[in-house]
Design a protein around this ligand. Structure first.
Ligand SMILES: *[C@@H]1O[C@H](CO)[C@@H](O)[C@H](O)[C@H]1NC(C)=O
Ligand SMILES: *[C@@H]1O[C@H](CO)[C@@H](O)[C@H](O)[C@H]1NC(C)=O
Ligand SMILES: *[C@@H]1O[C@H](CO)[C@@H](O)[C@H](O)[C@H]1NC(C)=O
Ligand SMILES: *[C@@H]1O[C@H](CO)[C@@H](O)[C@H](O)[C@H]1NC(C)=O
Ligand SMILES: *[C@@H]1O[C@H](CO)[C@@H](O)[C@H](O)[C@H]1NC(C)=O
Length: 331
């Protein structure tokens, strides 16, 4: 009798562990290798933020690592999705690009803050004439995107950048924007983006075919600063958070999340608190500034075949209403 109880007890512990690994996507690394040892994002933080309930795998590691990307892709079904949601048919492109990167680390080795307070800084014109710079700089992690400059806008948006999400058409090429403390995260929308990264890293001439506009011809960041975002994060943004349909009618282009929502999804996987600044489109005032820099106006953004901005604004409004994130541009 006693033996049965012990056996049931032990097997339930084992089952719990298996379930835990499945649910939290830890894969149960029994034999972690060098690269895997540094793979933790929120595991040392025991706070459970409200937004974690929106995610399928809150502890999913957001960057691809050359040592295990094939295994991770199989575990999360990323090998069944085409770009930008998966690696299907372009595994070899991913492998080649990853083989050129020095690291897939998330935070520096001297980083000891277990629960991160993060701010995601959008490029919206709402940041103009605001003086949020010092406030933004006070966060543990500051996520920016594309070519939203810090230089010359320190009062409005601060000077520190922990992560900068980019794609070849949107990345700085002017070295005055260089920051050695930034990790530059490539968001792969199409196979050309990986070809571009490879060509840039090995110093080959850039093939500029197949881009939305002219891509950067050199990269201001050093090899150690570059990461590739796991396409799973983009899939999570589209299907889990924005609830985009999986198929669109034939006469419509499929809609994909903007870099802003992708950045927010990344933040949800690595932060215990997430604040937003500069996320706003003034659809009803076409002359209002689109960005906090430059002269582009809202009218440029109004019709966008690739994104569904209405869906994104509704989603953000709801997050703010439910107090899952805080809108810094509120006051
Ligand atoms: C910012 O301030 C300048 C000068 O005070 C003003 O001309 C401009 O319209 C303001 N921009 C916004 C978006 O409020
Ligand atoms: C980078 O970080 C170091 C250490 O925190 C700091 O001393 C330095 O000023 C930073 N550099 C830039 C350009 O922000
Ligand atoms: C924006 O417009 C101002 C005034 O018209 C001009 O001086 C400035 O160079 C423009 N900036 C950009 C980035 O085009
Ligand atoms: C955009 O999203 C909204 C809200 O979810 C939806 O009603 C609308 O049909 C979508 N538009 C397109 C073009 O997909
Ligand atoms: C944040 O607050 C500002 C000011 O009230 C508002 O204009 C903006 O739409 C809000 N942002 C979001 C994403 O709701």
């Amino acid at each position: 009798m006693k033996g049965y109880v012990v056996a049931i007890f032990l097997s339930s512990i084992f089952l719990y562990y298996v379930l835990y690994c499945i649910l939290w996507g830890t894969n149960g690394y029994w034999f972690p290798n060098e690269e895997m040892k540094s793979k933790n994002n929120v595991k040392n933080c025991f706070k459970k933020p409200a937004f974690a309930s929106l995610l399928r795998f809150p502890q999913f590691y957001p960057f691809l690592c050359k040592a295990d990307f094939v295994k991770v892709a199989a575990t999360y079904g990323t090998n069944n999705f085409l770009l930008p949601y998966g690696v299907k048919t372009f595994e070899s492109y991913f492998r080649s690009a990853l083989s050129k990167l020095q690291s897939c680390d998330l935070f520096g080795e001297f980083d000891t803050v277990p629960c991160k307070r993060c701010v995601v800084v959008g490029n919206g014109g709402v940041l103009k004439n605001k003086t949020l710079g010092a406030k933004i700089d006070s966060y543990d992690v500051i996520i920016r995107m594309n070519n939203g400059p810090v230089l010359g806008h320190e009062e409005e948006v601060g000077k520190r950048t922990t992560f900068r999400l980019f794609y070849p058409e949107s990345v700085f090429s002017d070295p005055s924007h260089y920051d050695p403390n930034t990790t530059a995260v490539l968001v792969v929308f199409k196979p050309q983006d990986l070809r571009w990264l490879m060509e840039i890293l090995i110093g080959k001439k850039i093939n500029t075919d197949g881009f939305w506009k002219k891509p950067a011809l050199k990269l201001i960041y050093k090899q150690y600063q570059i990461r590739i975002l796991d396409p799973y994060i983009i899939r999570e943004a589209a299907f889990q958070l924005l609830r985009f349909p999986r198929v669109f009618p034939k006469d419509q282009k499929p809609k994909h999340p903007t870099t802003g929502i992708i950045a927010l999804t990344l933040a949800f996987h690595i932060c215990s608190e997430v604040h937003l600044a500069g996320f706003k489109y003034n659809f009803y005032t076409p002359d209002s500034p689109l960005h906090y820099y430059g002269n582009a106006t809202m009218s440029l953004m109004k019709k966008n075949a690739y994104h569904n901005l209405t869906a994104e604004q509704l989603f953000l409004k709801n997050l703010i209403k439910k107090k899952m994130v805080i809108n810094l541009t509120q006051n």
